[in-house]
Design a protein around this ligand. Structure first.
Ligand code: NAD
Length: 494
């Protein structure tokens, strides 16, 4: 990546943002707007539409019309595939611009954002473009005078609500399979990360997606998100975000049309390091990256370090070295390792977790504080806290910030017990030289993804989904497609 190019892109003014409904840019029905503030320096970048419930209803009804007249699902699979590939081409052609806009909005360091946002989004759209004409119906093995067909049909209108940490990547995880299967979509991005998603959606229309098939409504979760949740006309609701919002969405579904709700929620993922790990220095570096990149604002972040007692002190020293070697700062500088925390609210929540950990007996061995306050941005030093007990707040509650809690264990049984000792089950890792132990831990730790001798980086060929209070259903891979289709039986008497 070229720093001069990034600097030129960051200097560009950003026009006021509107909803994208029916292929047109539209204001909120009451004209209201909200500021988009950059976590890099606390300055207002522009404004966006502060949506109303009426705006959300209009977008849903537009999506319904687009679905009913089959302007998208009625096209040949080869035509739909071509449009989705073109969309991925355009995302790639605009990758740096998209990444910089996204970083100005949400603060992720550009190195990570470039790869994880436009890079991953384009790859996801391509994956489902390729998949869409390989999803076959079935013929049931039933009696000889009957033909039992199982059709796989689009569900209709999909509502998608996404968080602020990786809007394009997570947006594409929903949009790719939903659109590939012929559905219409209304998407609501997060208040603090809508810019890049809006531009990415605009590119879909440049690629030839018919108007109304994808609609984006911005604004507050409690207003437009709630309206989507309570809609009688959304068939499937897919969500990534916090458990608290996930619970609300289930209630909304129960209070409205019993829409199917899929939740990708938070985690408190254990990173378990045994003394027999092949390369402890490498493990320390990867573990540090696994919690501190994007300022810890990664759902699968390895936020609980469980380390075998005999290597505890050495391993903590190695992690602290790795943490201190990571440069925190302006996320648009290519040599920054850790960018900004997404918002003042998130930063003060992080600092409150540090306070609580201290009060509960934890020792802060590095970090624990806000840094670079003079920039006006929201930055936090990578933080390592030792002496964190299994029932401490830091072991039990998701922080979603650059804070690692360390807990020692004495044997495999204790490690497994600790690993499973939360309500979550999103991700985890085991570092060991023993193949048998690695397989045992993969079997016994209750998570959606378990890494062995690495952390993070699982690509689009494998599913990501939580168990327990980390959610249900999966994003990514062919398995994600199941969320966006209905099975319909045709029972034909011959
Ligand atoms: P959040 O739940 O506060 O917000 C997520 C989205 O929900 C936003 O668009 C928000 O506007 C909307 N929302 C808020 N209140 C709503 C309501 N009452 N009705 C409808 N929508 C509403 O979460 P966040 O702070 O943006 O994201 C962080 C959370 O997301 C963390 O818990 C993190 O672990 C989780 N996450 C999970 C995954 C995964 O794949 N499992 C990936 C990334 C993030």
């Amino acid at each position: 990546m070229d720093q001069a190019q990034i600097d030129a892109l960051r200097a560009r003014p950003i026009a006021p943002q509107k909803h994208l409904i029916g292929g047109d840019w539209v204001d909120a029905s009451d004209g209201a707007t909200m500021d988009i503030t950059s976590p890099i320096d606390g300055r207002v970048l522009t404004t966006m539409a502060r949506g109303t419930a009426a705006d959300m209803d209009a977008a849903i009804s537009t999506a319904r019309t687009a679905f009913e007249d089959r302007r998208w699902s009625g096209q040949a699979p080869s035509a739909r595939k071509k449009i989705l590939h073109k969309w991925a081409d355009l995302i790639e052609a605009n990758a740096l611009d998209l990444a910089v806009q996204g970083v100005r909005d949400n603060g992720t360091e550009i190195g990570m954002a470039f790869k994880a946002e436009p890079g991953s989004a384009a790859a996801t759209i391509r994956y489902y473009a390729e998949a869409l004409d390989k999803v076959y119906g079935e013929i049931a093995p039933t009696q000889s005078d009957i033909l039992g067909l199982i059709h796989k049909e689009p569900v209709g209108v999909v509502g998608a609500i996404i968080p602020w940490n990786f809007p394009m990547m997570i947006g594409a995880w929903k949009l790719g399979p939903a659109l590939a299967m012929g559905n219409s979509v209304v998407l609501k991005p997060a208040e603090t990360a809508s810019l890049s998603l809006l531009r990415m959606a605009e590119l879909a229309f440049e690629a030839g997606l018919p108007p109304g098939v994808l609609n984006v409504v911005t604004g507050e979760g409690a207003v437009v998100g709630e309206a989507m949740g309570l809609s009688m006309d959304v068939d499937v609701l897919v969500f990534t975000g916090s458990g608290a919002t996930g619970r609300r969405l289930l209630e909304y579904a129960a209070r409205s049309n019993l829409k199917r709700v899929y939740l990708e929620l938070g985690g408190k993922s254990p990173n378990v390091v045994f003394a027999d790990a092949p390369d402890l220095d490498e493990a320390a570096k990867v573990a540090a990256a696994g919690i501190f990149r994007n300022a810890g604002q990664v759902c699968v972040a390895g936020s609980r370090l469980l380390v075998e007692e005999e290597i505890h002190d050495d391993f903590v020293a190695a992690i602290v070295r790795a943490a201190q070697a990571m440069r925190v700062g302006d996320p648009l500088l290519t040599d920054t390792h850790i960018g900004a925390v997404n918002s003042e609210a998130q930063l003060s929540q992080n600092l409150q977790f540090v306070k609580t950990a201290k009060a509960e007996g934890g020792e802060i061995v590095t970090g624990g504080n806000r840094v670079l306050a003079e920039t006006g941005g929201t930055y936090m030093a990578p933080t390592v806290i030792t002496g964190v007990t299994a029932d401490a707040t830091l072991s039990q509650k998701e922080v979603f910030g650059p804070i690692l809690g360390v807990t020692p264990f004495t044997d495999e049984a204790e490690a497994t017990r600790l690993a499973n000792g939360t309500v979550y089950g999103l991700a985890g890792a085991v570092w060991t030289g023993s193949l048998s132990r690695a397989h045992r831990m993969v079997q016994e730790v209750r998570t959606g993804v378990m890494h062995v001798n690495t952390y993070g980086g699982a690509d689009g060929t494998v599913p990501l989904g939580g168990v327990g209070q980390s959610g249900n259903g999966s994003d990514k891979s062919l398995h994600a497609i199941e969320k966006y289709i209905n099975l319909k039986t045709a029972w034909i008497k011959l």
